[in-house]
Write a protein that binds this ligand. Structure first.
Ligand code: NAP
Length: 248
């Protein structure tokens, strides 16, 4: 089994913290050159420097995944990308009557339209080389629903559909496309939920493993899908949720 990623270059969007950083670190540890991205220049540079100081090959590529010109300017300087991890994502919470069209569009733009456009642009060279990996970070909210987050739930369901359609179109060219559906992980993204005692108790009570996930526990799934060991997995969604969605 070959889980190594030597000689591969991986772009992980939203990789200065949380799940994206855990994925970038794990891919770097398996020998990939990693491209660190977020909207915040200083944090991209600092994260890439920390990884480089640990002996890894890491480059900072700041851009806003949801902004066309920022994204395209950055990609023009990115060089070869063998592995694309569409991880950057945002959430907006509001009761339906207060959920604005603007917020709906913002969330759909970053969580679904940006992965589509990044995959469209970067898959061209992957197809030409006959090898590539696209990994979309969806969510268990791509499989089930929850009140007050309609744009997030819709974008994550859409990302699983995008994964399937691209897997069918790009598979014949040696490019696999898969999704990962994380459950509840302790990241900054979930800080308000972790601080909410009732929500924290709900997550621990509903998850068979009885705890929030550690971001490092998601990274193995991404390494597997990117590696040759995962080479026959295509169009799949891999749920990593401590068993939450297996339980009623
Ligand atoms: N944490 C969970 O439990 C969980 C569960 C299911 C799914 N997910 C999904 O996993 C992904 C990562 O979540 P996380 O918890 O690690 O989030 P996080 O801790 O909030 O980190 C998000 C990362 O994305 C960057 N980012 C945000 N918007 C961006 C944009 N428009 N362009 C480029 N970078 C952007 C952030 O940096 P800047 O703000 O500086 O740009 C940061 O590096 C998301 O897609 C989320 O939906 C998370």
């Amino acid at each position: 089994m070959d889980f190594r990623l030597d000689g591969r270059r991986a772009l992980i969007t939203g990789s200065t913290r949380g799940l994206g950083l855990a994925i970038a670190r794990a891919m770097a540890e398996q020998g990939a050159a990693v491209i660190i991205n977020s909207r915040t220049v200083d944090e991209c540079v600092a994260t890439a420097e920390t990884l480089a100081a640990a002996g890894h090959d890491a480059l900072a590529l700041p851009f806003d995944a949801g902004d066309g010109s920022s994204r395209e300017d950055a990609l023009a300087e990115a060089g070869t990308i063998d592995i694309l991890v569409n991880n950057a994502g945002i959430i907006h919470r509001a009761p339906l009557p207060e959920f604005s069209e603007e917020k709906w569009r913002d969330v759909l733009n970053v969580n679904l339209t940006a992965p589509f456009l990044l995959a469209k642009q970067l898959s061209e060279a992957m197809v030409a080389r006959g090898w590539g990996r696209i990994i979309n970070i969806s969510s268990i909210m791509g499989q089930i629903g929850r009140a007050t987050i309609p744009a997030y739930v819709s974008s994550k369901h859409g990302l699983i559909g995008l994964t399937r359609t691209l897997a069918v179109e790009l598979g014949p060219h040696g490019v696999t496309v898969n999704a990962i559906n994380p459950g509840y992980f302790a990241t900054e993204f979930n800080a308000p939920l972790i601080a909410d005692k009732d929500f924290d108790a709900m997550v621990k009570g509903r998850t068979p493993l009885g705890r929030w996930g550690d971001p490092a526990e998601l990274a193995g799934a991404a390494v597997f899908l990117a590696s040759d060991a995962g080479g026959y997995v295509n169009g799949a969604s891999l749920t990593v949720d401590g068993g939450m969605t297996a339980a009623l």
